[in-house]
Design a protein around this ligand. Sequence first.
Ligand code: F6R
Length: 610
Amino acid sequence: MCGIVGYAGEGSAKAMIVSGLRSLEYRGYDSSGIAIVKRGRLTVRKESGKLKALEARITDPDFDGPVGIGHTRWATHGAPTRENAHPHVSADGRIAIVHNGIIENYMDIKAELIRDHGVEFVSETDSEVIAHLIRLYFEDDLVLAVRKAADRLHGSYALAVVCADDPDRIVAIRRNAAPLIAAHCEEGGLIASDIPALLPYTRDVYIVEDGELAIVTKQGVELYDEDGTRMKRTRTHIDWDIAAAEKVGYDHFMQKEIYEQPAAIRETLARRLSKDGRILLDDLGLTKEELGQTDRIYIVACGTAYHAGLLGKTMIERYAKIPVEVDRSSEFRYREPLITDQTLVICISQSGETTDTLEALRDAKRRGARVLSVVNVVGSSIARASDHVFYTWAGPEIAVASTKAYTTQLVSLYLIALYMGLMCKTTTKDEAAVLIEGLRGTPALIQEVLDGQDKIVELAKQHYKKEKIFFAGRGMDVATAEEASLKLKEITYINSFAIAAGELKHGTIALITKDVFFFALATQTKLYDKMLSNVKEMKARQAQVVALCKVSDPRLSEAADDAAFIPDCSDEIAPVVAIVFFQLFAYHVARLRGREIDQPRNLAKSVTVE
Ligand code: F6R
């Protein structure tokens, strides 16, 4: 979740690194730092807070050179202070490192370095041990020293290292999960933890695979495997545009990404549906025989992706009649799930780098499961570790709060469910055609929600000061309530709750008072009457209730204090449309509360620690 950038060339390392860090700031943003190597001298500057705080400290032209590494940090070990910021430097000031990931055995190494070598530590981080360890092994070959140090480290990490005594190159290494990308362009060699940092310079990048070491110089990039054998690697061409990773006129990335949903869904569908409505998923290798033998499916994901999984379960069970369980990745591998070689695991992840999901995937594979993943970032760790990948084509999602990744995950899971149903002959072509038509209609329906935002803004203005907000629904509305609540709490910091409405009377109703603002989701036709009873229960306890209904079925609005509407659609399509309403509600409330919408406190975009 931290960002790494490195440059080796003839130009200004400072300028290249700052520009790269700016585009990676969303990955980790509580402190940052840069190390520059120039004529056998290493200089480091670090600062806590946003990148602009660091930029203010490095304006002097003396702080620059042809080689350097930089980092934006999202604190895991130790507070976000200047001391804990990266780069970390060896005690003699000759070696600097930046690190993304976690060193699980750092306490043992730290104790050894203090006891046997008298090293004095200046930070509370796990990462600092790496700089001292490399120094311990360094004689005259940085590559060798990095390798020896890496062999001592347990955990997951991407590292970039520079050395005043080996001044022309950056040595980088990647083990277990943390992503690393290298490139060579006119200006020189580059290394980064994510593609946007490199896009201003080149579209052709080398993906550093797990266990590999990269040497980056102004002449180019060399990749070596764990045994030190030089690897040949073709470059991966990135075909999305840098503009796609910038705000282009919107006030926030989140706002831009909410608006991009019709296009993102169209793109995702276009890749998987032929003009005549055939679902093009044969490359996933889900044969009729395999599906026939599949005893169960586990959907494994975190956060927003987990909520998509809840709806994926409904759809797969409904259309393919295969039992599905949905697990939070962080729980999955610790609960000894019943996995056989007839089990299919579906991992859902926007970033494709979430450690909890990646480790759950690896565990499932070790136990014999086949893994299909639904991933947004092409070539990401989860995509590469899976047997089959269904890419969502949402484009880069920069805002921490996930929006377009979620709706594209939903349509992807719907297509997977239909495909399985057709293969298993539990779904007829006619049934499939109805849902496909519904999916094809979602971009236009979402556009209607985007165009009719006045009501959402009005509700946000009325309720943005509330401290307790509930979202409740039934059936497919439960997942929407969960996701709506997560969106609201992460960007507004309001205490929000989601609940299956039928559960209210089993305990949570004790919290309902006149101060509660209550969203009653009522898009599921056959559960309408049940929701009506819930609304009455809430009204009897004086909560302020707003119902979200389909425009064609406004019955609930009469029982509630107020109502808002989504365009008419089937119950199955409603979750894809209704969530856009709540994304916008969260967005407008966050604006009114003056929150940092794209970078909410304590959160980072890609969670590469357990
Ligand atoms: C919430 C959010 C997170 C992610 C979760 C999984 O808006 O973005 O809950 O959904 O951290 O991330 P991915 O999908 O990258 O595995």
